[in-house]
Design a protein around this ligand. Structure first.
Ligand SMILES: *Cc1c(COP(=O)(O)O)cnc(C)c1O
Length: 372
């Protein structure tokens, strides 16, 4: 037997403080190395049931259809649109960053009539704006909003918007990929009809298994569809019968990813939801104060700033790419650059899940101070 000409995997010990992936908790990585068992093995089904119970607690919902999609956050996002939309359905999509545009692209692919509402990147929607848009488009039944815009660092309040939508017998789709596990996502209390997330942001998990939950009303809508869900892999009526008591084979559950998500949910419940949100808030406040004391300006108004993702304006005359390269090469720290409207204007700093640590904030601030 000869030695492979290809090198072993040997990556640097990065500190991931960008828009994702964030760092996986070592306990999650350990869980992933658990030997495989079958996806219909009684022992695996017990894990699935317990994972579902934990997911409901973390998402703060009683929805029976609460599960993990086999795929990254974009897969759970696509599951929301594929299941809720049929051709010619009218949808209102709120765009205040990159992910709003992705929602539009997905909804159009399922044949929906898409109406959009936009505010500048870094701002959030006021309930009156949603109300006006719903009045202008009375056939809209579905509204999609990003709770935590990873491209801008803005946190969209959802309570009042949900009420407005429900008053018109509509449904709210909420993207909580960058909030779940770091910022309160109270699915039932707020009234998010379809709420999806992803593993790799604030859940301290690698990308690959993504929570999603559907309200009983949303499930009724899906059951009353005229056409089959136009996406075989993400059809929640079929996936739901594997997660439900029927245990019908649909696709093989990604065993190791489910081990990972299981352990990450255990970690969240051990820490406690309130404690976890507070940790994210406190570390973000240290970061914000530190960046401001270095003379920098935060892009989002304090009232709507996300603890999990901070956008800071790039100081005048600074080569933003050179700084990011130096952070990576000399300090093993990854942060993100701006996207879309904010390209070249901001850095994006994530403090999510296992990455949200006081020592990471201190290290990043020191490194920036040395580089600037
Ligand atoms: C990261 C992200 C997604 C997509 O998740 P992937 O894991 O990259 O597929 C969707 N929405 C938001 C707000 C995100 O931050």
């Amino acid at each position: 037997m000869s030695v492979s000409p290809f090198p072993e995997i040997n990556v640097s010990p990065r500190i991931l403080l960008g828009p994702g992936p964030s760092m996986a908790d070592p306990r999650v990585l350990k869980a992933m190395s658990t030997p495989l068992i079958g996806h219909l093995d009684p022992e695996f089904l017990v894990l699935m049931n317990n994972m579902q119970a934990m997911l409901k607690q973390v998402m703060q919902t009683e929805n029976p259809i609460t599960l993990a999609i086999a795929g990254t956050g974009s897969a759970s996002m696509e599951a929301a649109f594929a299941n809720m939309l049929e051709p010619d359905d009218e949808i209102l999509i709120c765009i205040n960053g990159y992910f709003g545009h992705r929602m539009v692209d997905m909804a159009q692919r399922y044949g929906a009539v898409v109406h959009t509402l936009s505010v500048p990147w870094g701002e959030v929607f006021q309930p009156q704006q949603i109300e006006d848009a719903l009045r202008a488009h009375p056939n809209v039944r579905i509204v999609a909003v990003v709770h935590a815009e990873t491209s801008t660092g803005a946190r969209q309040p959802l309570d009042e918007i949900a009420q407005l939508i429900h008053a018109r017998d509509g449904y709210l789709i909420g993207d909580t990929v960058t909030s779940l596990g770091g910022v309160a996502v109270r699915v039932d209390e707020v009234g998010i009809d379809v709420c999806y997330s992803g593993g790799q942001k604030a859940l301290s998990c690698p990308p690959g298994a993504s929570p999603i939950t559907f309200s009983p009303r949303a499930i009724e809508r899906i059951k009353a569809r005229q056409n089959k869900v136009a996406n075989w892999y993400l059809d929640v009526t079929m996936i739901g019968s594997y997660w439900g008591s029927e245990r019908t084979y649909h696709h093989t559950a990604p065993i190791s990813m489910n081990y990972a998500l299981y352990e990450s949910l255990r970690l969240i419940l051990e820490e406690g939801l309130e404690n976890r949100w507070q940790r994210h808030r406190e570390n973000a406040q240290h970061l914000w104060a530190g960046l401001e004391s270095l003379g920098m300006t935060l892009h989002v108004h304090e009232d709507y700033r996300l603890p999990t993702l901070t956008t800071v304006r790039i100081p005048e005359g600074v080569d933003e790419l050179a700084v990011r390269k130096a952070l990576l090469n000399d300090y093993n720290i990854e942060i993100g650059g701006g996207l879309g409207e904010l390209k070249g204007k901001v850095w994006r700093i994530g403090l999510m899940g296992f990455s949200s640590r006081r020592e990471n904030v201190a290290l990043l601030l020191k490194a920036l101070q040395e580089l600037l």
